[in-house]
Design a protein around this ligand. Structure first.
Ligand code: AFP
Length: 351
């Protein structure tokens, strides 16, 4: 008998005394928003919502029409949820409060409404990434500072992938579980319980056009993979790059591999491309809950103390043995002026 998301949630509620029912209701509501976004993506070519919106978002990146539509759907679907204190999105400069009169125990929701949105125009996979935190300041309106918690504090992380099938993958700290949307009934059905990433892999994902800008440990790792049977790894590797983190991480959850978006010498003040709070943290929790690892090369991603809502971070995640190898390569290289780098990191408050 198939288990749908509502049944799964009811069972989790009954057996899990770590989280109140309100959290599971919120997760269900986020899932419904993802279902609406899937429908919007599905019909985009028919109703003229592909392509650029002609404006930049708060990060100075070009917004697609569907970035705005997906953000609106998430906001409309969650704004009135009583368990929610405030929301933060890649597409919004500041947080949005959902309730001024709060009681303790409410939640904060963060999301990237449409990850990999440039893929929409070529009918390739895109997705929504989300993270839920407890709101620490009880009985007062939520502030941006409330969101600046390490990823290890997440009570739920997940993503929806809009590919040949729409899937929802989530964790509340007890394994990573995948649900597939049954289009006729509109139900998410549990198809991938307790996903598990193999510790070993022969597949890596990185944008190799940036090779010349990487730090030496990443160059070394990729060069060794590319040397194949003739190199120190003594085996051939495959390279994959979908240009949407959701899709690359989804592949890794299903068959292993490693995904890298490292520090880039061009963006010294930005410490990587991907956003810590609503991209790297949720993906890291999902990967760890599936037995994988996630690191910056220097430290576990989930232990980074955030200092800004839209801060970026280097990410290396996936099969355990490969991420351990990457960490070893980083530890063998002395970081230039580490104090200055850390000071810059702390000073960089906005992006
Ligand atoms: P967009 O959402 O702006 O398309 O960016 C997607 C993304 O942040 C992430 O999902 C990909 O892994 C990465 O960018 C792809 O970056 P490249 O432009 O280097 O391929």
């Amino acid at each position: 008998m198939s288990i749908n998301l509502s049944t799964f949630i009811a069972t989790e509620c009954a057996s899990d005394d770590r989280h109140p029912v309100a959290l599971y209701q919120l997760i269900h509501q986020v899932a419904m928003c993802c279902r609406d976004i899937a429908a919007a993506v599905d019909r985009s070519a028919l109703v003229g919502t592909t392509g650029s919106a002609g404006v930049d978002n708060v990060q100075g990146e070009e917004q697609k029409k569907l970035d705005i539509i997906a953000n609106d759907l998430m906001m409309e679907g969650t704004q009135t949820h009583t368990a929610l204190a405030a929301v933060a999105s890649e597409e919004m400069a500041r947080i949005s409060r959902t309730s001024q009169e709060r009681t303790a125990g409410q939640y904060l929701l963060l999301f990237d409404p449409l990850d990999g949105s440039s893929n929409v125009d070529i009918n390739a996979p895109v997705g929504t990434i989300f993270s839920i935190l407890k709101c620490p300041s009880a009985r007062a309106p939520a502030t941006e500072a409330d969101f600046l918690q390490p990823g290890s504090e997440q009570v739920c992380a997940g993503y929806a992938i809009y590919g040949p099938a729409t899937m929802l993958v989530l964790t509340t700290g007890d394994g990573t579980h995948g649900f597939t949307l049954e289009r006729d009934s509109g139900e998410f059905v549990l198809t991938h319980p307790r996903m598990s990433i193999p510790a070993r892999t022969r597949e890596f994902a990185i944008n190799t056009a940036n090779t010349r800008h990487w730090e030496s440990p990443v160059k070394r790792y990729v060069q060794e993979c590319m040397a194949g049977t003739n190199g120190p790894r003594q085996q051939d590797f495959n390279m994959r790059w979908v240009a949407a983190m959701v899709a690359d991480v989804h592949r890794i959850l299903l068959r292993g591999g490693v995904f890298l978006y490292p520090q880039d010498a061009r963006e010294v003040s930005r410490f990587g491309k991907l956003r810590l709070l609503y991209e790297a943290n949720p993906m890291s929790m999902l990967v760890e809950q599936a037995g994988g690892m996630s690191s910056t090369g220097q430290q576990r991603v989930l232990e980074i103390q955030p200092h800004a809502l839209h801060q970026r971070t280097p990410v290396m995640l996936g099969s355990r043995e490969e991420v351990e190898r990457l960490e070893n390569y980083h530890h063998h290289v002395r970081r230039p002026l580490p104090d200055l780098v850390d000071a810059l990191r702390n000073l960089w408050t906005e992006y």
